[in-house]
Design a protein around this ligand. Structure first.
Ligand SMILES: *Cc1c(COP(=O)(O)O)cnc(C)c1O
Length: 768
């Protein structure tokens, strides 16, 4: 992109004048942010138009979540004008860091939504025609605060700063019909820039609006009550993102959202196909669809309905659907696999339900064993089964996860159609997760091996022979990043973290299977050990946590309270706080992740083996030169394959052991045999901590009480975790240790989302 400072500044000031009636000397931050962004939007329009108009087979990526984070810095980086814009702003005495206050676009919960965002950026960088289709939630994932250690949720008004990176396209609006209402779906298009290549793909986010404008006369005559109600209900569909990660909530509004996304996107695509003069029967020559988890799977019966509505027989429609759809599974947890009550779907979407029933009948007519193969059973629609039955390809997101799908979760389906199942290991974009968040380290790498790695991450392996000479600069950069993070945490969370401490980090959604509780118990173990002298010469360590809990997830919220109580205990202890600090940072999001990932010394990836499908947080840390303290779960397995197990810190039961252990597991016995563990766990129930709501004792019960206690083997893995963690902390600081960090960095090539999307393009989408 050609950038001329004077032209850019003139453009920006023009926008300030026409849209905000101000100029550089009087503009506030918000006005400046919008004007700068819009000036860039003007510059990129020709490329956006050119990319859109190229005729070739496209992939539509359907996802209920896109966790985009903050757009401006990433967009400027991808356009290759971050430094130019920064210095242009300096020339008018403004600091680009001002825009650090701009809200994240948090239209997603966690890994699944962030993956979608990384894939969009990587596809644009690889010049792959990938369009995102999602929902423009008015409120994204809630903003988290703590009150007395308890999580509180506030609405996330992400549009507070405006939305200069979106263009509303009313001419492409379509009507979505439910049994009880019709609503207008209005698209907002966001450009997705490839890295310095002139490619601009599109993320299309749908917003719901009333079909007809508010009827004031009818309202005046008081006939308007129901009309007003209608208008209100229409906007409500896209009001808010459901804050659940890896759990299914059977709310009708959620089903409405899913159908709204599916129907609007497919109508849009069929309209475009027709406008281009192509027959609908040729759909699969022009489009392929990726279903990101089961959330958009209702698109399958919706496509059948739309095609039949155009006069196509069911069998032909089915054939087309089975060529177009592909399905990504993200979890094996039963509580996350979507199932809907048949009546709920039939009531809300009778024609769609008929299509699902037709798929069920088709499946039956093939003579498949109904005990193994069903879409509808016991008045329940199994969305994953529907997706697998119809899709051309089904993929898991890491080798171990895909193998579990084949062996366990979808074994019957796999045996029936083995050719459908493929693995595509997740990836992250190295632009946001190294170039942008860690510019000093990126510059160091550039100075050693050039900049080819920006778009070919495998080139990082050229660093391997250079590791000894990299060490001093690497250590300096890490320590500077830690200083910055420490200052930020002080300001943001009010906790003092000495930057010379080891930064041991666990940031991710709060979930029992991710086992933040295991980490918390280890912190208490060290705390009591330091106090009673059984743990000697403890290397000063700060334990950092960041996580949001779904508002209705009681035990997850209990873990947050527990860790906040531990933090208060440890940090106020005059003696122990010389060796330990604990902080639970509030409102962990993409922007916070960028600051944390470049400053971490230890990456905690400690889920019970078999539970974390892939993880992508693990990859971000690895790419920034951080060793993993983890189980052999998800992509940790492949991280060890790439970087060497000896260069990471692996502990705990393997998937096979988990299976075996669960058969005779008795957590109470483990506690009795380990007094230090008993002491740490006991704090949940012995009055050490304030527990006015009783949630800590409930958490205690979940581990040692009732039937099927400690479902995620926290206690079983505890001793091995302590052993390996303590070993790690004692290794820290040696050249050997920092070499491990750099070997991880140099081995991160496989985990580029560029590789992931190329795999999809070749194995699944068949696009170039
Ligand atoms: C990467 C990322 C995640 C996913 O982290 P995992 O450790 O893979 O669960 C979640 N939230 C945010 C904000 C992220 O950036």
């Amino acid at each position: 992109m050609k950038f001329e400072r004077e032209v850019f500044l003139k453009e920006t000031e023009g926008i300030l004048a026409s849209e905000y009636a101000c100029d550089f000397s009087t503009a506030g931050k918000k006005e400046l942010y919008n004007a700068v962004s819009k000036a860039v939007m003007r510059m990129v329009y020709p490329d956006w138009k050119a990319t859109r108009e190229k005729e070739r087979k496209r992939c539509a990526y359907f996802s209920a979540e896109f966790l985009m984070g903050r757009a401006i810095f990433n967009n400027l980086l991808d356009l290759g004008i971050l430094d130019e814009v920064s210095s242009a702003l300096s020339s008018i005495k403004e600091d680009i860091d001002l825009f650090e206050e701009v809200e994240d676009a948090a239209l997603g919960n966690g890994g699944l939504g962030r993956l979608a965002a990384c894939y969009l950026e990587s596809a644009a960088t690889k010049n792959l025609p990938l369009d995102g289709y999602g929902i423009r939630y008015r409120y994204g994932l809630f903003r988290q605060t703590f009150e007395n250690g308890y999580q509180h949720e506030e609405g996330d008004d992400w549009l507070r700063w405006g939305d200069p990176w979106s263009v509303k396209r009313e001419e492409d609006a379509v009507v979505v019909t439910f049994a009880d209402q019709k609503v207008l779906a209005v698209p907002y298009d966001m450009p997705v820039f490839g890295y310095k290549n002139g490619v601009v793909n599109t993320l299309r986010l749908w917003s719901s609006e009333p079909v007809r404008p508010f009827d004031f006369n009818a309202f005046n005559e008081m006939k308007g009550e129901s009309k007003a109600q209608d208008n209100f209900n229409a906007t409500k569909i896209t009001d808010v993102l459901y804050p659940n990660d890896n759990t299914m909530v059977g709310k009708i509004l959620r089903l409405r959202q899913q159908y709204f996304l599916a129907s609007a996107s497919l109508q849009d695509i069929l309209k475009k196909l027709k406008a281009a003069g192509k027959p609908l029967s040729a759909l699969s020559s022009f489009y392929t669809f990726q279903l990101n988890d089961t959330h958009p799977v209702i698109a399958i019966p919706e496509l059948l309905r739309l095609l039949e509505g155009e006069g196509m027989p069911f069998e032909e429609a089915f054939r087309i659907a089975s060529q177009c759809f592909n399905f990504t599974n993200h979890t094996i947890m039963a509580e996350a696999l979507e199932k809907w009550d048949s009546l709920a779907i039939a009531d809300l979407l009778p024609e769609v339900y008929e299509e699902i029933a037709a798929c069920q009948r088709r499946l039956e007519s093939e003579g498949a064993d109904p005990a193994k193969f069903y879409i509808i059973r016991d008045n329940t629609v199994h969305m994953a089964n529907l997706a697998i039955y119809v899709s051309a390809k089904v993929n898991g997101v890491a080798e171990i996860h895909t193998n579990i799908l084949k062996r366990e979760t979808f074994r019957d389906w796999y045996e029936r159609s083995p050719e459908k199942f493929v693995n595509i290991t997740n990836g992250i974009t190295p632009r946001r997760w190294l170039l942008l968040n860690n510019p000093a380290l990126a510059a160091l790498i550039d100075s050693k091996i050039g900049d080819g790695w920006h778009t070919d991450l495998k080139e990082l392996k050229k660093l391997k022979p250079l590791i000894p000479e990299l060490l001093p600069d690497f250590k300096r950069i890490k320590s500077e990043n830690k200083k910055k993070l420490s200052e930020y945490i002080k300001m943001h969370d009010g906790v003092e973290i000495p930057p010379e401490f080891i930064f041991d980090v666990q940031v991710k959604r709060l979930h029992e299977y991710k086992r933040q509780l295991l980490n918390a118990l280890s912190v208490l173990y060290f705390y009591f050990g330091i106090k009673d002298g059984t743990v000697k010469n403890f290397p000063p360590t700060a334990f950092l946590f960041g996580a949001k809990a779904a508002p209705g997830y009681f035990l997850a919220k209990a873990v947050i309270k527990f860790i906040n109580e531990i933090a208060a205990l440890v940090n106020s202890d005059e003696e122990v706080s010389k060796y330990m600090r604990v902080v639970f940072v509030a409102n962990y999001n993409v922007s916070y992740a960028e600051k944390i990932v470049c400053a971490a010394d230890v990456s905690e990836q400690i889920s019970m083996a078999g539970m974390e499908a892939s993880g992508t947080g693990n990859m971000k840390f690895m790419l920034n030169g951080t060793v993993t303290l983890g189980t052999l779960d998800g992509a940790n397995v492949e991280i060890c394959e790439e970087a060497g197990r000896a260069n990471n810190y692996i502990f705990g039961a393997t998937v096979e052991e988990v299976e075996a252990v669960k058969r005779f597991y008795c957590p109470r016995e483990i506690v009795e045999q380990n007094p230090a563990l008993k002491r740490a766990l006991g704090t949940l129930a012995d009055g050490t901590f304030e527990d006015g709501t009783g949630m800590l004792s409930k958490l205690y019960e979940s581990i040692v009480g009732g039937h099927s206690p400690d479902r995620y083997l926290v206690l079983y893995d505890f001793a091995d975790y302590i052993r390996v963690k303590e070993g790690l902390l004692r290794d820290y600081g040696s050249d050997e240790y920092f070499k491990k960090c750099l070997i991880n960095l140099a081995s991160a090539g496989k985990f580029s989302a560029d590789r992931s999307v190329s795999d999809y393009a070749r194995l699944v989408w068949k696009i170039k």
